[in-house]
Design a protein around this ligand. Sequence first.
Ligand SMILES: Nc1ncnc2c1ncn2[C@@H]1O[C@H](COP(=O)(O)OP(=O)(O)OP(=O)(O)O)[C@@H](O)[C@H]1O
Length: 231
Amino acid sequence: MLTMKSLEVCYGETVILRNIDFRIREGEVVSLLGRNGVGKTTLLKTVIGLLRPRQGKIYLHDKEITKDKPEQRAKNGIAYVPQGREVFPQLTVEENLLLGLEALPKREKQIPHEVFEMFPMLNTMLQRKGGDLSGGQQQQLAIARALVARPKLLLLDEPTEGIQPNIVMEIENVIRLLKAQGDMAILLVEQSLDFALSLADYCYVLEKGAVAAEGKASEIEDETIRQYLTV
Ligand SMILES: Nc1ncnc2c1ncn2[C@@H]1O[C@H](COP(=O)(O)OP(=O)(O)OP(=O)(O)O)[C@@H](O)[C@H]1O
């Protein structure tokens, strides 16, 4: 459903990503791994359109979107949960969730009830300010906000970073549920190899801005990946 071909992405004159060939199929969970600073977030920002590649092309459902603006990509079903969650601290939980609906046409402005089935805690905190939630709860709110628009492709940038273990488990369960439903592809950037491999169908490992290894999660050797993760 998403294909990137020969992608090169730069900040100014510095090349961050080079010659990236990348593919996510419908309903698939793909993990993107690599050390700090190799370009994982840069790749996600290129998928959502915040960064434009200097070379290469991006296709969504076989339609080229390389020059589409972020709003257009959101309308076409790409949702992004940034690293560090970025919920609006002064807005209530409900207002944060309603913002996730902005990508949809006007008539569809209801928060889908499935979001509260996945994150029951949010339903009990609708009037609480986003900034008053714990870090883990904010992460759940950020994921829920992305899900309200029922995206076709969900990008998660290190969703378990700094989160307490019981909430990591809840987030893992939600990703498993979405995977089992089978109609949403997920691109997961993760530092935890065990977490990434247990959820992913396929994984890519970046090293110095290029794909150093890739393969089915069930087949790729842990050691092959670990050599690119240890300092
Ligand atoms: N706005 C920017 N301007 C210039 N360079 C940047 C900018 N943002 C990131 N970089 C650089 O681009 C490179 C890739 O950064 P990126 O955030 O994509 O890495 P990452 O793999 O997501 O790392 P982390 O795991 O630490 O989030 C790094 O060297 C970083 O310093």
